[in-house]
Write a new protein. Structure first.
Length: 150
């Protein structure tokens, strides 16, 4: 068996990309604790996060509708491995809960962190609400996590 060689290299990378008009409006709303979805004028499907085109009808989406900050946990998992958060550069230790939450007023789900990481305390159908960061910047991580509505 040969010995592995490790060479530490520090890389500095800067990424810039356009998130598009839909995500720009969504992000601006988050800055004010306002959640909006886009609604298809044909099939009436409400998308969150917003997107420019309906996945069913392939029509442009331009109608915005308010969405609650409370919703239903549609699926969940507990992750036991740490990961490096690409937005903050910080390590998130495991275990942590992740869930798909369908906010009231939306037909699709947001994938986000949960404040609960005990599988015995998580269940599909639980009512969840957004917990906001104290200082808002207009980004998805302004939503710290979702917690159970008691």
């Amino acid at each position: 068996m040969s010995e592995r060689v490790s060479v530490p290299i520090e890389m500095v990378q800067s990424w810039r990309y356009s998130s598009g008009d839909s995500m720009e409006r969504f992000s601006n709303g988050i800055r004010h604790k306002r959640i909006e979805a886009v609604k298809c004028g044909n099939c009436q499907r409400r998308y969150l996060p917003p997107r420019p085109v309906c996945g069913n009808c392939h029509l442009s989406l331009t109608e915005w509708v308010p969405v609650s900050d409370v919703g239903t946990l549609e699926a969940w998992t507990v992750v036991y491995l740490p990961f490096l958060d690409g937005r903050t550069g910080e390590l998130r230790d495991g275990p942590y809960g992740m869930g798909l939450i369908r906010l009231d007023g939306s037909d699709t789900t947001l994938n986000h962190f949960l404040n609960q990481n005990d599988p015995a305390k998580l269940a599909v159908g639980m009512r969840m609400r957004i917990v906001w960061r104290d200082e808002l910047h207009g980004a998805m991580d302004d939503i710290l996590h979702f917690e159970e509505v008691s």
